[in-house]
Structure formats: C-alpha cells, structure tokens
Write a protein that binds this ligand. Structure first.
Ligand SMILES: [Zn+2]
Length: 439
C-alpha cells in the first residue's frame, strides 16, 4: 500500500486583483485556508449575507464559453481557470472570496492563480485525500464530435487532441499532471477564441472585459494576440487546463487517464457528472467498513486457543487490533445461519441483545487472559451495568466489538467498558464485571 496522500489547503490568505471578463469591472479575489473535507467554495463578498457556492458539479449552471456555477439566484462565472490551478497545484480545501460575479480573468491563462497559490503557500492537513479510482473505461461524447474517454491508470494523466474548424490548428499533447508540470507546461496557456464567435458578443457588449490582453483571437488563418504565442501548441495546452478545471467539480482527485478529442466545457461537465454518479453508486455499494489489517490481531484459531467457547457460542470471529494492553476491537460477522435466528424470530431475524453482551464479554475476556498470561482459569460474569440496546442487529451485519478494561482488582476481579458498533453507529453497550476461577 502506498503511503496515504493527505488533503492540503493554503497556508495563509493571499489576494489578487484584476478585471472581470463579462462586466469589465475591477474584482479582488482572496484565497483563504479551509478545514479538511471542506472542498473549494466560492464566496460572493459583494452580495448581502455573502453567500457561498460549492464548486460541485451539482451546482453547474451553464457551460457557454465558460463554466458557471450557482445556487438559487447567486452565480459565479468563469470558475474553470482558478479551479484548474487549485486542483493541479494540490489544494483540496479553500475559500475563493470575490467581490464580483467572477474571478479576475488575468491574461486568460491560469498563471496569475498559480502565482497566487504560491504566495499563499500549500500546507498538508491531517485527513487523507479522496480519490476517484477509474475501474473501467467510461466515456462521453457530443454530437459536435467531442469525445472524452476515462481509462484506468494509477496517476492522473491527460492526452488531448484539439482541432479548430476545418481541422485547423490540430494539436496533440499527452502528460501526467503534477504541480511542477502544470506550472511549467499548462498554466501559462491562454484562452483562445474564434473571431466569428466573439464578434456578436462584442457587438452586444457581453464581454466588456474581453481584449487581446486576455485572449488569443483566431480569425481565419491569423492568430491575433498582444503577446506572441507562448507555445507552438498553446491551444491544446489551454484545452487541458480547462479539462482539469471542469473536472475539479467532481470534488475528488481522479486517478485515471483522460483521453480527450476536441473537448469543450459541455463534454467536460458531462464527464464530471458521470464520474460523480459512479462515485455515488460505489459509495452506496461500499462495505460499511473494511477490516483494518494491522499487526497484533488474532485470527479465529488464535481466538479459540484463548477462549474455551465453541460453536454455537463463540461470538468473536477474530480480534482486529489491540490498541494497548487494556483495549482491543473484535469482530463478529452475523450471518443468517446463526442458530439463534431460527427462533429469534421466525420470519423476522434479530440478533438477541444478550448475545451481543456475550460477544462483549468474550472480547473483554481475551484482554484479561492476555494480561494474566494464562488460560488455565475461566472468567465468570458477575454483573452487567448500564446495558443499552440501541439498534437491532440483522443478518449480514458486521459487529465491531470494542472492549476496554477499566479496573482490575487483584487477579480475580475485572471491569470492562464495552460497546458494539455496526455501520459506524453504536448498537449496544454495557459495563461488565468478571471474576476468575480456576478451571
Ligand atoms: Zn479556459
């Protein structure tokens, strides 16, 4: 198993000012740190109550030219470039505060955002990152010839083919996306637009902030921009930038290889939606809890060397971990074949509460036997206090039985605080007292 990757946020607040593409207004963006599992949220500082919008695919509103997210009547436009920079530079959690309806467009690339993130610094947090692992190919395509295929791979990789009208400016690039590669190869690539597409918008005054300073304009065979092309294949690089930004709306890091042909915001968003749907399906199917495979547990044979109990009365399948000498977790998988289900109750199988108390007692006894370093004695129940049965245990449930010795008086008396957990909720608990007698 590779070491877990941890979530990251920015180390401190940093800000950036510039022009909003659509309104031409001045906008200031502040990037703030955020706690684990927060994700990326945009905050509209200019509106009453300063509403925030999750950068999630569920909030996607439009994909015309740029990616717009919103909730209720609140919108944030052109989120893809800053999301691309945050995702590629490894920022999982942050608040993007803006005092307008979109972030500053900068020079049409993600360069300004990379600089901003570097000024803020990136710092590790103490929860593991969430990933979407691609298990089988998935793909989306559009009537206009865009195609995105997501293939299994152990790293995040993008291979992209871009082609303009009449297959002009056909470019291909393939790369593994890492912070260093993004900063050097992708972030400086600027937005490009076709003159025929933007002319009507300029005429209607819909892109007041648009100029040759923040976009490359393609008119026929001519490439118009204030600054010469930064890369011979700047267009495909910007397409990759947009894919990373749009797929950041998944809210998880993707471990897989994206093969994209003539991608656009609409198909990027379709893929993000498909990934999110697949993730939701997997979460619903996922085992409630996987067995940790740490050292120091006991398998069924070892449990039976310690406990004298046997079928149908052995209520521990194994011990999965000893936290300390006085604390451990046992596990019991409850199947429909348990003998008690025959009578408790016919047609309505529920594990008897007393059997859960028995399971707690057996796990606590293992602690005691280990402490006493002998199995020549046998533990007898003296009392059970504070017994509570909170939820029914049903066939198919896996019970995690937690036991902690709280008191042992001499060699013969001991107390243990125990609880049974199914699907991360406590189903029963009790405080047990034992005495030990020679067999
Ligand atoms: Zn873009």
């Amino acid at each position: 198993m590779p070491a877990p990757e941890f979530q990251h946020t920015v180390a401190k607040t940093a800000s950036l000012s510039g022009t909003a593409l659509h309104t031409g207004d001045k906008v200031t963006l502040k990037l703030h740190p955020a706690p684990v599992d927060h994700g990326i949220k945009f905050k509209r500082k200019d509106l009453q109550d300063e509403p925030t919008i999750d950068a999630k695919i569920e909030n996607l509103k439009t994909v015309e030219r740029a990616t717009t997210i919103g909730e209720g009547s609140v919108r944030v436009h052109t989120v893809e470039h800053i999301l691309s920079a945050l995702s590629a530079m490894g920022v999982d959690n942050a608040i993007v505060e803006i005092d307008a309806n979109e972030p500053p467009i900068g020079d049409g690339s993600a360069q300004g955002y990379v600089d901003l993130i570097k000024r803020a610094g990136v710092t590790a947090q103490d929860e593991p990152r969430r990933f979407f692992d691609v298990r089988e190919p998935i793909h989306v395509e559009s009537k206009t010839g865009a195609l995105l295929v997501l293939l299994p791979a152990d790293k995040f990789r993008i291979s992209c083919t871009q082609a303009g009208p009449n297959n002009q400016f056909t470019q291909f690039l393939s790369m593994e996306v890492s912070p260093a590669v993004f900063e050097r190869e992708i972030a400086p690539a600027r937005t490009f637009v076709y003159y025929e597409d933007v002319k009507p918008l300029m005429d209607k005054n819909l892109i007041k902030g648009g100029s040759l300073e923040n976009a490359i304009v393609v008119r026929g065979d001519a490439v118009l921009s204030k600054e010469p092309l930064r890369f011979g294949d700047e267009f495909v690089r910007h397409k990759i930038l947009d894919i990373i930004g749009d797929l950041a709306l998944v809210g998880r890091r993707i471990r897989g290889h994206i093969v994209a042909v003539k991608p656009g915001h609409a198909t990027n968003a379709d893929l993000a939606r498909l990934i999110t749907r697949e993730q939701t399906r997997r979460s619903a199917l996922a085992a409630p809890r996987t067995l940790p495979s740490g050292d120091g547990g006991l398998d069924a044979d070892q449990v039976m060397q310690i406990l004298p109990h046997r079928f149908p009365f052995l209520m521990v399948d194994r011990i999965i971990s000893f936290e300390t000498e006085t604390k451990c977790i046992g596990v019991k998988t409850v199947t429909i074949n348990e003998p008690f289900f025959q009578g408790h109750f016919p047609g309505h199988p529920v594990m008897p509460g007393v059997m859960q108390v028995e399971a707690m007692a057996q796990v606590a006894s293992i602690l005691l036997f280990k402490l006493a370093k002998t199995t020549s004695r046998i533990g007898y129940f003296m009392s059970a206090d504070g017994v509570k049965f909170r939820k029914p245990v049903l066939p198919g449930d896996t019970i995690f039985i937690h036991a902690e010795l709280t008191k042992s008086r001499g060699e013969r008396l001991a107390k243990a605080k125990c609880y049974c957990v199914v699907n991360d909720s406590v189903v029963s608990e009790a405080e047990l007292m034992f005495t030990f007698l020679d067999k």
